[in-house]
Design a protein around this ligand. Structure first.
Ligand code: B12
Length: 462
């Protein structure tokens, strides 16, 4: 008797981690693909804050953020030696080890253990989850895939030690190969094995929001980003299909908050996004949408801004990266001078409040000075929206990688723990010393922007 495939989303090991619409979308996509081929599956999400092992009071304390966001449960753990010099607490975020082991034991010997991975520097959680899974199911093959496996396959083989690292971009072929290897065509045991074709969020213990992708890949090729490597071609789903997915989660599970995981939600697709937004408006459902992964400001016209507002977008994040025009041109080609201001003006005129709109400001890039970051903050201050600092994480297979390796004081080539954005691995010690001031300046701009909502308004108010 063959067991079911067991799918695992490992813990996060880091200095900080917040639930800002963070779900294992890749793993749940695979779970859904297997289920639609009539496989029963089991999912263990170590980051599930609605896991029965977490007391109700604790969940209430942790999940206090707006729109389903919040904190993860955490346990302080010993730092890996490579990070022992960092004077910050290091934690394992997610459910307890006991809860994980109990879940593992509750699954009758699985046919295969499928483990996903995300940030490269979270690999200790991946390795720990694989070790624990093996301790309970010693003879079951473990296959590791996901972003860390794609970006650092050799490291993953050596440190996470799965039976196989899947470093291909086409998981459908993996699924087909897996099914073939099972040696039989699975037969549906009940009609409801695949209740829907969407990522299997219903297999989690509770849902505060759902994450959605309307496209894969990105038409841009920014020097700091791995999107082109991870998904070489850009494609967009039909808007009716996305609409059906939104409607499904809203009607069947009462979901109100949706976070888009697209690398490029707005570009491409001949008005597909506008169709989608109009479709959402027609639903008349009072849903809320969030874009934690940043929108391309150049695509925000007055008409699109109006549609975003009317469709119920609540959290708008724009990719600005840097206001230094020369540096920006070296990094990407997304913005021409003046375009960012136009986008913000369009959003304000559409009805967004200043504190609904944030821009990511990259800090810690190779060859970037702290002054550049300050200037970008002053720029956002003048435009009147909220700056959010995104510390640069060097990523293998990106155009900036070689330069990052050359300037970093860490051995980022061999040790992915040093890709951690918290370390500002590509800034020197004096530059890092400036960072405290940068964070304070960003906070000051945010406070000012928040006040402007209650005071006389912002620069572009109509
Ligand atoms: C959504 C997203 C986020 C979300 C959160 C995601 C989460 N779950 O926690 C938010 C917006 C919060 C976020 C934040 C950050 N992110 Co981010 N993010 C992404 C993004 C756009 C998509 C990831 C995703 O879910 N994709 C969709 C799913 C469907 O794909 P997938 O997980 O790869 O899974 C597919 C395959 O890999 C495969 N698969 C998956 N598992 C398995 C297992 C097996 C066995 C097999 C066979 C196949 C397989 O099948 C799946 C289905 O197609 C990626 C870029 C990208 N295009 O991937 C960046 C990316 C992962 N992020 C990145 C970065 C840099 C960050 C930040 C550090 C940014 C910053 N400077 O602030 C922060 C750090 C967050 C933190 N410390 O908590 C980097 C990676 C950095 C690194 N060193 O690893 C990426 C690659 C973007 C980039 N710049 O190149 N991010």
């Amino acid at each position: 008797m063959k067991g079911v495939p067991l799918l695992i989303n490992p813990w996060i090991y880091d200095f900080a981690a917040h639930d800002l619409w963070a779900k294992p979308l890749g793993l749940l996509t695979i779970a859904s693909a297997l289920r639609s081929r009539a496989f029963s599956v089991r999912v263990i999400d170590c980051m599930d804050m609605h896991h029965p092992s977490i007391e109700k009071d604790e969940v209430l304390r942790l999940k206090k953020g707006p729109y389903g966001t919040g904190k993860f449960r955490k346990e302080a753990i010993t730092k890996p030696t490579a990070l022992s010099h960092v004077r910050r607490r290091y934690s394992r975020y997610g459910i307890s080890m006991e809860a994980f082991l109990a879940d593992l034991s509750s699954v009758e010997t699985p046919s295969v253990i499928i483990v996903t991975s995300l940030m490269t520097y979270w690999y200790p959680g991946v390795a720990e989850a694989i070790r624990a899974a093996r301790s309970v199911h010693p003879h079951v093959p473990v296959i590791l895939g996901g972003i860390y496996a794609r970006l650092c396959p050799e490291h993953a083989k050596a440190f996470a030690v799965p039976d196989l690292v899947w470093d291909g971009s086409d998981e459908t072929s993996f699924i087909e190969a897996f099914i073939k290897k099972q040696g039989f065509l699975p037969q549906p045991t009940s009609e409801d094995l695949a209740p829907h074709p969407y990522p299997a969020f219903d297999l989690l213990h509770g849902l505060d929001y759902v994450c959605i992708r309307t496209s894969s890949g990105c038409p841009f090729d920014c020097r700091y980003c791995a999107s082109r490597f991870l998904n070489p071609s850009f494609s967009r789903r039909a808007s009716e299909e996305v609409l059906r997915e939104i409607l499904y989660w809203s009607e069947e599970y009462g979901i109100k908050d949706f976070a888009f995981y697209d690398d490029a939600l707005l570009p491409g697709g001949d008005g597909a996004v506008e169709d989608l937004l109009r479709g959402i408006m027609r639903l008349e459902k009072d849903l809320r949408f969030h874009t934690p992964n940043a929108l391309h400001a150049t695509r925000i016209t007055p008409r699109l801004a109006h549609l975003l507002f009317e469709a119920g977008f609540k959290t708008i994040r724009l990719g600005l990266e840097t206001a230094d025009f020369s540096l920006r041109m070296k990094l990407d080609h997304k913005l021409k001078e003046g375009e960012f201001e136009n986008a913000v003006e369009a959003l304000f005129k559409a009805g967004f409040r200043a504190d609904d709109i944030g821009a990511y400001v990259l800090a810690g890039l190779p060859d970037q000075s702290p002054e550049d970051v300050y200037n970008t903050l002053y720029f956002l201050d003048s435009v009147g929206i909220m700056p959010f600092i995104a510390e640069y994480s060097p990523i293998p297979h990106t155009a900036l990688w070689e330069r990052a390796v050359a300037v970093s004081r860490y051995d980022i080539l061999r040790e992915p723990l040093y890709h951690n954005n918290t370390l500002l691995p590509c800034w020197s010690e004096p530059q890092r010393a400036d960072y405290v001031g940068i964070r304070r300046a960003a906070q000051a701009v945010r406070d000012k922007v928040r006040c402007s909502n209650h005071g006389e308004g912002h620069r572009f108010s109509a």
